[in-house]
Design a protein around this ligand. Structure first.
Ligand code: NAD
Length: 460
């Protein structure tokens, strides 16, 4: 089949490449000339494991090409995916300006029957809006389909090639047939293609992300309770995760969810409900818990340093919002860097893939109060304490003797519960994690007895 994907970001590039890999002829189009030039020169603008090799193979075999010529891209194919961004608008709703701009282009350049596929995450009713926009510019026949994407950055190829399910929201029989046959190679293991109406398909994506965010906020809230009552979230997590009705996945405590999807999609579903006069109480709480969670590790740091971090230096391991990606959109590390530097501290950060992204986001601070390091141990030089923000595998078994030697205090603030509290206690490293009591009674929580111990120790 001939396929055009408009929007060559994390989703569009992965989708286009995977469709090409199953033998289709694919054009990936984007307005961003720098991105397309770099792809045409064989450089992949994002970090996604395995993607670079797959792109190169399909380009070489002439099934995949990149262009900024949107008109030509639309004319070439019968199936056109819209995979542009849908960022949050000021009121929390999804901003559809990029999606509708593509719809206008499709209407303007349409040269025959097209199946137009909303791959972007879009609010309920967007398929109708896209249809209306296209109709303003053409009398030709077309169908608009909703086909939300469920891939995870860091495991995007596997998720796309072997999805748990494919959701197709469509009413047009011809479009349903085309979409089902396009996805057949990806569901050979028996996973379902779920055909439904377009509104249900659009809501399925938001409901899925809202439920996943709920799991994260739930476990984070229970972790806060563990801090207050002196229980261990890692034990509680295993205890509840062994129940087959609950399951072990997606209940890891941390510093709050981030990334390009959960924060904006949670906001958007709340706004959609509100626009229809309905209040999504649970999901509002999920968002509130997440907002609070982003400050909890910073509060532990402030408590430990007796609220005075002006002039202190912090090593930070991990900038990306999760491992195996360079994506820093809404990453908890951003709030942490701002929280520390606003109070006069200096940050020396390391991440295996996200340094360029950090340099872009913190352009004005780099070299002033933020220093970026290619090697993780270099970031410890002259630092008072180490903060772990992302659970990259390379951070799991570091040389604690070297860390202890290099840090002034030495203290580790672990936002991902990577280390064994007893092991660090035995090495005389002060260790703070999420929802786990430390063997020396430290947990840095800002309530109650435990805090007093922290303060006593800081003063001593
Ligand atoms: P992205 O920002 O990485 O990429 C979007 C691309 O669209 C950019 O390269 C931009 O230049 C291009 N673009 C914008 N307007 C255009 C236009 N008029 N014509 C051509 N190109 C245009 O975004 P992303 O992370 O790939 O997300 C895309 C959509 O997929 C969003 O709705 C997102 O919510 C959804 N989604 C993302 C993920 C994820 O993990 N990133 C997963 C599932 C769904």
């Amino acid at each position: 089949m001939k396929i055009t994907v408009i929007g060559t970001g994390y989703v569009g590039l992965v989708a286009g490449t995977c469709f090409a890999d199953t033998g289709n002829e694919v054009v990936c189009a984007d307005l961003d000339e720098k991105k397309i030039t770099s792809l045409n020169q064989g450089t992949i603008p994002i970090y996604e494991p395995g993607l670079s090799d797959m792109v190169k193979r399909n380009v070489k075999e002439e099934r995949l090409l990149f262009t900024t010529d949107i008109k030509d891209a639309i004319e070439r194919s019968e199936i056109i995916f819209i995979a542009v961004g849908t960022p949050s608008d000021e009121d929390g709703s999804a901003d559809l300006k990029y999606v509708l701009a593509v719809a206008r282009d499709i209407g303007t350049y349409m040269n025959g029957y097209k199946v137009v596929v909303d791959k972007s995450t879009v609010p309920i009713g967007t398929a109708e809006k896209v249809e209306t926009e296209i109709k303003k510019h053409t009398d030709r026949k077309f169908a608009v389909v909703s086909n939300p994407e469920f891939l995870k950055e860091g495991a995007a190829l596997d998720d796309f090639l072997r999805p748990d399910r494919v959701v197709i929201g469509a009413e047009d029989e011809q479009a349903i047939k085309i979409m089902c046959s396009l996805y057949q190679p990806f569901v050979r293991s028996g996973k379902p293609i779920l055909v439904m109406d377009r509104r249900s398909a659009e809501l399925t994506k938001y409901a899925a992300n809202a439920l996943l965010a709920t799991k994260i906020s739930f476990i984070n809230d229970v972790a806060n309770l563990c801090d207050v009552v002196g229980a261990d979230i890692e034990m509680v997590r295993k205890g509840i995760g062994s129940d087959s009705r609950i399951g072990p996945r997606f209940i890891y405590p941390g510093t709050g969810y981030g990334g390009s999807c959960f924060p904006k999609d949670v906001q958007a579903i709340i706004k959609t409900a509100q626009d229809h006069g309905y209040n999504l109480d649970i999901i509002r709480s999920v968002e509130n818990v997440n907002r609070r969670k982003k400050t909890i590790l910073l509060n532990k740091i402030l408590t430990y340093f007796d609220n005075t971090i002006n002039g202190k230096t912090f090593a930070m391991w991990g900038l990306a919002f999760k491992p195996q990606t360079d994506d820093m959109r809404e990453a908890p590390a951003i709030d942490m860097i701002r929280g520390l530097t606003d109070k006069g501290a200096k940050v020396q950060a390391h991440d295996p893939e996200a340094l360029n992204e950090a340099a872009r986001i913190f352009e004005k601070q780099v070299g002033r109060d933020l220093f970026l390091h290619e090697r993780r141990y270099d970031s410890l030089e002259g630092a008072d304490a180490l903060i772990v923000m992302t659970e990259w595998n390379a951070f799991r078994e570091p040389d604690f003797h070297l860390i202890k030697e290099m840090l002034h205090r030495p203290a580790i603030f672990d936002g991902r519960n990577l280390y064994n509290p007893k092991r660090l206690h035995d090495m005389n490293i002060d260790y703070f994690s999420i929802g786990r009591p430390s063997p020396n009674g430290l947990n840095g929580h800002s309530n109650g007895r435990i805090t007093e111990k922290v303060i006593e120790k800081s003063v001593a």
